[in-house]
Ligand binder design. Structure first.
Ligand code: DX5
Ligand code: ZN
Length: 213
């Protein structure tokens, strides 16, 4: 299991220290939650922070854009060193163009689905994406409870990915903890995002527990 700790739960006055801790603990990626106050009712940070962090760690940046007008900002997030850029199906009217743009800039392209968005919306993009992100909470805040109906969505997407035999990472984000993580793993997740559970500590132990699933 790949583990992508979410920086949303870090101590923002000690970001560099917390990123170093995650890297030393063996995290596979670093999940960067970018929120704009429009698509989701919260604000976080932008590409300036991402690009400064790029100089502090060699972790792969897994940038989760919860923003509108994604096309305007993708070049900056790619330039800032995002290995993966994931956009929301619900926030983008021209998903095909967006995914092509991300790939043309050298990043891997991901698409995220909100809890109420059906998996059939992915039918036209399985051939284009490198990552599919199933939101198991409504995006916007850390520390929410895992929505159980996400499990059926994970299993359905797993089956579609396996049928197509293309390398696509199936990532699950929201409410991941010691109870929900094994269920998401069993349903077919390849990667888990976790914020509050990992940062509750001990960080290394939590990351290893998730990786072992
Ligand atoms: C929610 C974010 C998540 C969140 C996860 O909108 O996309 O990445 O930070 O936090 P936990 O693991 O606490 O649900
Ligand atoms: Zn996220």
């Amino acid at each position: 299991m790949l583990v992508s700790p979410s920086l949303l739960s870090c101590d923002f006055t000690n970001i560099e220290r917390d990123v170093a801790r995650l890297e030393a603990a063996g995290a596979d990626m670093l999940h960067l939650d970018v929120m704009d106050g429009h698509f989701v009712p919260n604000l976080t940070f932008g590409f300036a922070l991402v690009s400064q962090l790029r100089k502090k760690t060699s972790l792969v940046f897994d940038t989760h854009l919860m923003i509108e007008n994604v096309e305007c900002f993708i070049p900056q997030f790619a330039e800032a060193g995002s290995g993966y850029i994931t956009v929301h199906f619900e926030a983008d009217r021209h998903l095909y163009r967006t995914l092509e743009l991300i790939k043309s800039l050298g990043s891997k392209a991901g698409v995220a689905l909100n809890p109420a968005t059906p998996v059939s919306m992915l039918d036209e993009v399985y051939g284009l994406v490198d990552m599919i992100l199933v939101m198991s909470v409504e995006p916007g805040f850390a520390g929410q409870s895992f929505i159980p109906s996400s499990l059926a969505k994970i299993a359905a997407i797993r089956a579609e990915i396996d049928k197509r035999k293309r390398p696509v990472i199936l990532q699950v984000d929201g409410g991941i903890n010691g109870k929900s993580a094994p269920l998401a793993a069993k349903a077919g997740a390849d990667a888990l995002v976790s914020g509050s559970y990992i940062f509750d500590g001990p960080i290394e132990e939590k990351i290893k527990l998730l990786q072992a699933l």
